[in-house]
Design a protein around this ligand. Structure first.
Ligand code: AMP
Length: 309
């Protein structure tokens, strides 16, 4: 069996302050690249490109080091680390952003170690689309490129984001973001519109309602795992992307990528992410936990063939 393909990710590494109806985390490790890397690292080697400030300690980094994420592309720059704070009400699907401080990301120019330029899978996690484009432009013919974004960038850098869309094969965002990006309320229309902008595969994340995958073979749906205890949805989208792309990277090592298996693996990783604040649950995961939850998804969604008279 061939080795899974490594993934290069660029995105935010953050200190998050989050309030949910079930508790609060203050300046906890977060960021799109962080959550993505932790999840994907269970499936394939991950190379992280990003920046932190002088206030970021080795203790903050420990969960990523423990997961074996390659941090050669993570720069420590003068200034403060990116900070995000948000709050969830009863609707756990959409946080209200209370504050976004770009800090060291405002003047960041991604540094790609020479040995990483041939990485076969690239994930442009949620960050300034200008940085996303710079990274994809520097890579040497990757086999698979995916991107994510959020309302903050759709609102502030729409033209730059469209340029990124034209350069990626897979695009992931949540339902509200797809509507904001396209001006279409209907999600099938929105996905079609996004596919016209470039990506062949569009994944719409719908929080507790699961995900919709639109690929050339048509739509595919995976529910969110019905959990009794959800503490904090922050990072669920990035953990989904980590499982999704990690699974595709495993497939690439063997042959043809399977988007449906990837969507289930993404949903598995997202279901663990929401069980704790920050990276607590994901840090303690074992391969056996992942396999058990994947099988639970199989039982959740399997149904008998149509019974004719
Ligand atoms: P999600 O998976 O969508 O819940 O993403 C949550 C992560 O996105 C948090 O850990 C934040 O640090 C990060 N984040 C929030 N706003 C931004 C932004 N404008 N740019 C990059 N990352 C962000």
């Amino acid at each position: 069996m061939r080795e899974p393909a490594p993934i290069l990710v660029v995105g935010s590494v953050a200190l998050d302050t989050v309030r949910t109806p079930f508790g609060e985390a203050v300046e906890a490790l977060g960021g799109s690249a962080t959550h993505f890397s932790a999840a994907a690292s269970f499936l394939t080697p991950v190379r992280l490109v990003g920046v932190v400030g002088q206030d970021f300690t080795d203790e903050h980094l420990r969960p990523l080091v423990e997961r074996g994420v390659d941090l050669e592309g993570l720069v420590r720059a003068p200034g403060r680390t990116f900070r995000w704070s948000g709050e969830y009400g009863e609707d756990l699907n959409n946080p209200t952003t209370l504050d976004t401080q770009l800090n060291v990301f405002a003047s960041f120019d991604p540094v790609l170690p020479a040995a990483w330029l041939d990485t076969p899978v690239v994930f442009l996690a949620n960050i300034d689309p200008v940085l996303q484009e710079r990274v994809v432009d520097r890579m040497r013919s990757p086999r698979l490129v995916a991107a994510d974004t959020m309302n903050y960038w759709i609102g502030s850098k729409p033209a730059e984001l469209r340029r990124v869309l034209a350069k990626v094969g897979i695009f992931l965002c949540n339902d509200a973001e797809a509507r904001q990006l396209t001006g279409r309320r209907n999600l099938v229309d929105a996905a079609e519109e996004i596919r016209r902008l470039g990506p062949d595969v569009v994944v719409l994340k719908r929080g507790e309602h699961g995900v919709l995958v639109f690929d050339p073979e048509g739509p595919f749906a995976v529910p969110a795992y019905p959990l009794q205890r959800i503490l904090d949805p922050t990072g669920a989208g990035d953990a989904f992307a980590g499982g999704f792309l990690g699974s595709l990277a495993v497939d690439l090592g063997r042959g043809k990528p399977d988007y449906r298996r990837a969507a289930v693996m993404g949903s598995v990783m997202a279901s663990f992410q929401v069980e704790s604040f920050s990276l607590e649950r994901v840090r303690s995961l074992t391969p056996a936990d992942i396999e058990a939850r994947y099988l639970a998804f199989e039982r959740l969604t399997r149904f008998p063939a149509y019974a004719r008279e």
